[in-house]
Design a protein around this ligand. Sequence first.
Ligand SMILES: [Zn+2]
Length: 226
Amino acid sequence: MEKVDIDGNMIEVEYVKKPWIRNSYLKFSDNRLVVVSKSERTMQKMIVEHRSWISKHYKQIMNSVRLFDSGSIFYGSKKYNVGYVNSKARPRADILGEDLIIYANSKEAAERFVDRMIRDDTERFAGEMAVAKAAQIGASVGEVKVRRYRKWGVCKNDRTISFNYCISMLPKELQDYVVSHEVAHLKEMNHSGRFWDVVSILCPEYKRFRRELKRYDSVRRRIYAV
Ligand SMILES: [Zn+2]
C-alpha cells in the first residue's frame, strides 16, 4: 500500500479510479486515506490541496478509542485481546489476564455472543441508574430500552430513554455522563443552558466527560479476521 507524508505522518493511501465520476473526493476508512477520482493527476492534486484537512482528520482518528477493533474489544471498561476457541458446547467467555477467550462453534456465533454479553451488561445497570438519577431531580423515567445504534442515548417526549447497547464498554465515568445526559432531558428537552445545569446536578464533572466521550468510537467492527 502506498503512503504519503503529511506533516511527518506516513499515511496509507488507497487510490480508487472512477473515470465516470464528476467530483473527486477524499475520505478515511479507519486510518487509511481513500482518494476517489477520475484520473491519476487529480488524485495527486487532491492530496496536495487538502493537506490540512487530511492532517486534522488523521490526528482525530489516531486519537480515537475504538470500542471494537479487529482482535480486541473493551469489556467492562477494560481493553482485552479477544481469542476464539472452537467449541461445540454452549458459547461462553473466559477472562485470562489481558485476554478474553470466547468458546463457540463458529466465529459468527462468537461475534453474536460478544454482542449479547455486552448488551446484557448494559441492561444490568442502565435502567437502574436512570431510575435513580431521575429520582435525584424529581423526575420519572418511562421505559428504558437498550438498542444498537450510533448514538449513545436518546430520550423521547414520552419519557422513554434508549441507550446504545455498548455503553457498558465505556469507562464508568462516561457511562455516568451518558445516563445523566439522557435523564436530564426528562426535565429539559433541549441542549440549553438550563439543560446543562440539570446535567451538572447529576454529573458535576460532565464537561470533562463530554469532551472525553467524543474520542470514543462505537462502530461495530468485526473482531475476528475471517
Ligand atoms: Zn441530548
